[in-house]
Design a protein around this ligand. Structure first.
Ligand code: GSH
Length: 222
């Protein structure tokens, strides 16, 4: 059975959604990121020297880090479901391109905004800068229901959690209607409902994330 090391309210939710999509059995192990330990006191650094979640442990004990890679790996566990296009196809390359974009342009920049050490000017700059990647996301979603076209893939799970974080961090997405529609589609998927990730209150605390009462936020916390 696969094991996912995760922390509530982090991007590891995307890996949980993808695991639910495969309908394969998996085990969740919670990590206390602040103390860098498991709940039983085990030092998390011994499991993942990077100290980051998510971390996926395969049935044979191999451990995989980096969410974009974890998502691809999860999709490959259930190839018949086409959560990722087949190896050797241009569609596969397009998926990797998209996962990498979310990882480097959205996920990382969102992480900076969660730091209590970021000053208000830099935070405002990041909030403004992050509009670019989310406008790109909106343009992609104007063309089709799902990020890679007419079929759900693991990129949608990553994008969904990225939008949740952006809303929590008070990045203004209210005019991006394709994203709005996409979030509604995602929330209807049983994999998303199974993760209980609709509870925005479980997102990490941030000194800069104002608890905005936007439509998005209300829907996410419903
Ligand atoms: N490069 C990693 C980054 C993962 C990451 O930033 N994880 C955050 C939670 S979303 C984390 O574990 N942060 C460690 C900490 O806050 O101490 C990936 O893409 O998976």
């Amino acid at each position: 059975m696969m094991t996912l090391y995760y922390s509530p309210g982090t991007y590891s939710l995307a890996a949980q959604i993808a695991l639910h999509e495969t309908r394969l059995a998996f085990r969740l192990v919670e990590v206390d990121l602040r103390n860098q330990s498991l709940l039983d006191g085990t030092d998390f650094h011994e499991i993942n020297p990077k100290g980051c979640v998510p971390l996926l442990e395969l049935q044979d004990g191999e451990r995989i880090s980096e969410l974009a890679v974890i998502l691809t790996c999860i999709a490959d566990q259930a190839p018949c479901l086409e959560l990722a296009p087949m190896h050797g196809t241009l569609e596969r390359i397009r998926l990797l391109e998209t996962l990498n974009f979310i990882a480097t342009e959205m996920h990382k920049a969102n992480s900076f905004l969660l730091s209590p050490r970021i000053d208000t000017t830099t935070a405002a700059y990041y909030r403004q800068w992050l509009r670019g990647p989310y406008e790109w996301l909106d343009e992609q979603l104007c063309r089709a229901d799902w990020l890679m076209g007419h079929h759900f893939t693991v990129a949608d799970a990553y994008a969904f959690v990225s939008v949740q974080h952006a809303i929590h961090l008070n990045i203004n997405l209210s005019d991006l209607q394709a994203i709005d529609r996409f979030m509604e589609h995602m929330q209807r998927r049983s994999s998303v409902q199974a993760t209980a990730c609709l509870n925005v209150a479980r997102l990490p605390d941030s000194s800069f994330a104002e608890k905005a009462g936007s439509n998005h936020t209300q829907r996410l916390s419903a």
